[in-house]
Design a binder for this molecule. Structure first.
Ligand code: FAD
Length: 624
């Protein structure tokens, strides 16, 4: 019997356990409820659910499913069952466990659960980490709490500059500091406290600080955001788990590890970033806020430092700082740095991205589209079910001049949907309008917004006579400037109702309100993009309305423009080394380098870049 039991020992993962809303305590409860025990008992064919000990089960994922074809909306769980614990608390369960048959995607035996293990240990500086590479001296330092995990075997620690304190720069700094590098984190914007005041001045008094705004400053572009932590790079991979656990370590709620669609919201991101900063400083990282990297210092084909200027007093404060390597984590709004890279003959390759408009509905409309009868349960983020979101996508076709149709089919999809959020300005110059969405953790605002964007490629840039590595950047800028002109200046955004946009007309009737605080102006948004992009948007919106009847509504307002969905260029780098293929000592990372799209993927890229740089400087070995 012992042998047979051993075969079943360890963890079993039970997936797709659906609990109807009326039997679930609600979105904020992440434990094992009676309703969930009933579903577990069903899978185990265990006759009395209440006899199952809740301690033997751990919820590892909880999502809300309100798809229309379901009989009723439900919470869907993935649960891990610890067989040893279960049998020690309820030995009679053995008769049922021993009958359990694995079923792919539903019931799986996982003798070893997927854990972020070593990665999380390294980035937090915990013990039990690759002991083989830890020297006595570094262990001594670690005990003193004064240094990172490893000590460079040679006399001098490598001096590394990390440029940009977005997710990629923060995680690269964290890993490098833990490995004992001498890290300086250089950020053109301000720490979150001052950045908050600067954003306040923008929203209330229309004063844009060009170096401290929604894109630039501590935490990068994602700080004043919805803080969605969904990623397409594999939710359960060790690296994503390591990022999520690090966020929890710095103050994010543990629920993000379980929630099927985790998000933080700006109010949670700000204290989290303060803790992150404190931790880096404790590790010995020097942080320079308000300092912009204006140039790279290059000697003999190798980066040897950076030229920086003070964001406030640029004329009188320009300095040259020497480094052994530079991690470039500047995001994709730092267009000036792309010019700098070109001046050093560094390869930049244009890549496809997407442009479009941001649509905003009253949140109540989206709640009732998605939940019908359950909409009242939302209660502005305090109710049982999550504030409703949506995701729509269409492989649409539009006529591109005389080209055959199949050559011009494009994707149109919703992007960065912010339930209970607001539309914000993410341009960094008064002459350019570009928008995005943010929210607070409760997602309690009256509005729901999302970008609707259409893929664009070199062919589109060529059509506007834009060529060369920065053609995509010029393409973005063209529409941002058009939007600014149509708004009439002062950061006013041009808007059009969806119904008018579909009919290509501008009504004189009153506009629905907008969450955008700097003002909106009625305009015909057909005048912004080339006809094939506009037509693709029109066709797709009609298709989205078939999927979500009511999506086309008089209350829905389109805002122009959304252009910075992902980087318009990629900076080629070595697959394993992360080093630029055209300049030694330069490590391009994150979204601006074309290797990430979103908070989590940027953090993962920064983390791996940190490992790669550490390896290149002999701070760790191949085991990582
Ligand atoms: P960034 O976050 O852009 O960071 C780059 C940093 O480098 C900035 O702080 C900048 O000031 C600094 N910098 C630039 N140039 C220099 C220089 N020359 N010298 C010194 N410092 C410099 N993603 C999600 O996953 N979920 C969301 O909900 C979400 N919402 C968003 C909402 C908004 C309003 C915006 C703007 C973006 C949102 N994103 C979201 C996208 C996400 O923020 C980015 O994908 C992510 O921040 C990219 O990380 P990064 O580290 O590569 O670059």
């Amino acid at each position: 019997v012992g042998e047979v039991k051993n075969k079943f020992a360890g963890v079993w993962r039970l997936s797709k356990l659906g609990v109807p809303v009326h039997k679930d305590p609600g979105k904020d409860f992440l434990g094992v409820s009676e309703g969930l025990l009933e579903q577990i008992a069903k899978v185990l064919e265990f006759p009395v659910a209440s006899m199952l000990p809740t301690e033997a089960f751990t919820v590892v994922r909880k999502s809300f499913d309100a798809r229309k074809r379901l009989k009723e909306p439900k919470f869907v769980y993935v649960v891990e069952m610890d067989v040893n614990k279960l049998l020690s608390l309820e030995p009679r369960a053995w008769d049922f466990i021993s009958e359990l048959q694995p079923k792919v995607g539903l019931v799986e035996h996982m003798p070893e659960a997927n854990k972020s293990g070593d990665l999380i240990s390294i980035i937090h500086g915990f013990e039990n980490v690759h002991q083989r590479t830890v020297s006595r001296e570094s262990a001594h330092n670690m005990n003193n709490g004064s240094q990172g995990l490893y000590t460079h075997p040679t006399a001098r620690k490598p001096k590394i500059a990390v440029v940009g304190s977005g997710p990629s720069g923060l995680f690269a700094s964290l890993v490098l500091a833990e490995f004992g590098a001498d890290v300086t984190l250089i950020e053109r914007g301000q720490p979150v406290e001052q950045r908050g005041r600067d954003i306040g001045a923008l929203v209330v008094r229309r004063m844009l600080q060009t170096e401290s705004n929604f894109c630039f400053g501590e935490g990068g572009a994602g700080t004043w955001s919805d803080g969605k932590l969904v990623t397409r790079i594999g939710r359960n991979s060790g690296s994503v788990l390591a990022v999520m656990e690090t966020l929890v370590h710095f103050g994010a709620p543990e629920g993000i590890l379980v929630d099927g669609k985790p998000h933080l919201g700006t109010d949670r991101l700000i204290p989290l970033l303060r803790n992150f900063r404190q931790h880096l400083q404790n590790l010995g990282v020097t942080i320079k806020f308000g300092m912009r990297v204006d140039d790279l210092l290059v000697d003999n084909g190798q980066v040897v430092g950076v030229k920086v200027s003070d964001s406030v007093d640029r004329q009188s404060n320009t300095q040259k700082w020497g480094y052994d390597a530079v991690v470039l984590a500047v995001g994709h709004s730092a267009r000036d740095i792309y010019q700098t890279l070109l001046s050093h003959n560094i390869d930049l390759v244009p890549k496809d991205f997407a442009v479009g408009l941001r649509i905003e509905h009253p949140q109540e409309v989206i709640n009732s589209l998605q939940y019908s009868g359950l909409a009242t349960e939302v209660r502005r983020g305090r109710g049982k079910v999550p504030v409703a979101d949506y995701k729509v996508a269409k492989y649409a076709s539009g006529k591109d001049g005389d080209e055959p149709l199949q050559a011009t089919s494009r994707s149109c999809y919703s992007f960065c949907m912010c339930p209970g959020g607001q539309v914000v300005l993410t341009g960094t110059k008064p002459s350019e309008i570009c928008i995005n969405g943010m929210s607070f953790s409760r997602r309690a605002s009256k509005w729901a917004n999302a970008a609707l964007v259409v893929t664009v490629s070199m062919k589109d840039f060529d059509a506007l006579n834009l060529h060369g590595p920065l053609a995509g950047v010029e393409f973005q800028r063209e529409f941002e400037q058009r939007a600014a002109r149509m708004g009439g200046g002062n950061f006013v955004v041009p808007v059009q109702t969806v119904t008018d946009f579909l009919d290509n007309k501008l009504s004189v009737t009153s506009m629905p309100p907008s969450s955008y605080r700097l003002g909106v102006k009625a305009a015909n948004l057909h005048e912004i993009f080339p006809i094939h992009i506009t037509e693709t948007l029109q066709n797709s919106i009609s298709a989205f309305d078939q999927e979500l009847p009511g999506f086309i509504s008089k209350e829905a307002l389109l805002h122009g423009v959304e252009t910075r969905t992902s980087s318009p260029i990629q900076i080629p780098r070595g697959i394993d080394t992360y080093e630029s293929t055209s300049l030694k000592g330069l490590y391009p990372v994150g979204e601006g380098a074309g290797y990430a799209g979103g908070i989590v993927s940027a953090a993962v890229d920064g983390m791996y870049a940190g490992f790669a740089v550490a390896k290149n400087f002999g701070l760790c070995n191949d085991g990582i």
